[in-house]
Design a protein around this ligand. Structure first.
Ligand SMILES: C=C1C[C@]23C[C@H]1CC[C@H]2[C@@]12CCC[C@@](C)(C(=O)O1)[C@H]2[C@@H]3C(=O)O
Ligand SMILES: O=C(O)CCC(=O)C(=O)O
Ligand SMILES: [Fe+2]
Length: 358
């Protein structure tokens, strides 16, 4: 039995004060522990947003004959794009948004019955990366790995089976979409299925696994001083993100700073994660992103964090490595990478980088 996502943090417990989560709705003023300054996050003020140029991540129509090249280009320049005509039924997007809203709308005491344990991955709580910052983030999350049945039973004693069906259907659709997107991107680099055998399209996707992260960013009394989710890259191959009709997601580009990704109803945002950056030998950028909050509308998002089975070694595709140079990265499994990230956060990538001998 390969190690599963559920077990990755067993040796990396974090002590996050879930039970001190405020009842956001009752706060009229932003407590000091939520006031971020550039000292708390070097990236906090890194940018004019929105940028003067109006440039943004592309919206790509998956039915367009040139979609593969457009995706490849977006992965190289931004590490992110939005997609339309993705084939995921609109009703299912509405269902998962409703489920997410209903979960975070439960009384705090009920949500805490499904609190994430210190060594676990699944359950209710603040984002794992919170342990790297002095200030608190203005958000709450719920992570699902494997079956949500046990947690959902505690949250919704009556309706849990319906909600489990929605999650299962959503993950099924996301799995298919994610591998389709990965192959469109790889094919734009001239990489074919023989080059990455473990990810072959015929192998019924059993080589993949995923986590689903539900996020809630409540209305905030002082949004300019608060941070919804601090800047990070995802430790995935790809992340597919659904956001409700409220802006907040920002992606960073070295030359433009923070750019707000506008919600486009019915579309999905795709992020390149660190593992895809490694696989592409650095050609695809894993996008630095964060979530801001606002004073008038609660924001919901659903991230499908997708990667390989835990025992698969990920290394740069040989075809993309110059014959006279080392691959940019050593090989790692997803589990190894998540553990490196749990200890070293944004330095994880540089820790597995091969340095050229000079
Ligand atoms: C499979 C994953 C990917 C995780 C860890 C684990 C389960 C939860 C994911 C997130 C979701 C929220 C942002 C993030 C940065 C976090 O704190 O938890 C993600 C992290 C990562 O991409 O590194
Ligand atoms: O809420 C968002 O838009 C971003 C969420 C995110 O980055 C994550 O869950 O990894
Ligand atoms: Fe993310």
């Amino acid at each position: 039995m390969p190690a599963m996502l559920t077990d990755v943090f067993r040796g990396h417990p974090i002590h996050l004060p879930h039970s001190h989560q405020p009842d956001f709705t009752s706060l009229r003023e932003l407590p000091d522990s939520y006031k971020w300054t550039p000292k708390d996050d070097l990236l906090f003020a890194a940018a004019p947003s929105p940028p003067a140029t109006g440039e943004n991540i592309p919206l790509i129509d998956l039915d367009h004959p040139d979609a593969a090249n457009q995706i490849g280009h977006a992965c190289r320049t931004w590490g992110a794009f939005q997609i339309a005509n993705h084939g995921v039924p609109l009703g299912l997007l509405q269902d998962i948004e409703f489920l997410t809203g209903s979960l975070f709308g439960l009384p705090v005491q009920r949500k805490l019955k499904a609190a994430r344990s210190e060594t676990g991955v699944s359950g209710y709580g603040v984002a794992r990366i919170a342990s790297f910052f002095n200030k608190k983030m203005w958000s709450e999350g719920f992570t699902i790995t494997g079956s949500p049945l046990n947690d959902f039973r505690k949250l919704w004693p009556q309706l849990h089976l319906n909600y489990c069906d929605i999650v299962e259907e959503y993950e099924e659709q996301m799995k298919k979409l994610a591998s389709k997107l990965m192959w469109l991107a790889l094919k734009s680099l001239g990489v074919s299925e023989e080059d990455v055998e473990w990810a072959s399209l015929n192998s019924d996707l059993n080589w993949a696994q995923a986590a689903l992260q539900l996020n809630h960013y409540p209305v905030c009394p002082e949004p300019d001083r608060a941070m919804g989710l601090a800047a990070h890259t995802d430790s995935t191959l790809l992340t597919i993100l659904y956001q409700n009709n409220t802006a907040g997601l920002q992606v960073s580009r070295d030359d433009l700073g923070w750019v707000t990704v506008p919600p486009v109803p019915g579309s999905l945002v795709v992020n390149v994660g660190d593992l895809f950056h490694i696989l592409s030998n650095g050609l695809f950028k894993s996008v630095l992103h964060r979530a801001r909050v606002n004073q008038t509308r609660a924001r919901l998002s659903v991230a499908f964090l997708w990667g390989p089975q835990s025992d698969i070694k990920i290394s740069p595709v040989p075809k993309l490595v110059s014959p006279v140079e080392l691959p940019l990265y050593r090989s790692v499994t997803w589990t190894e990478y998540l553990r490196t990230k749990a200890t070293h956060f944004n330095k994880a990538l540089s820790m597995i980088r091969n340095h050229r001998e000079e």
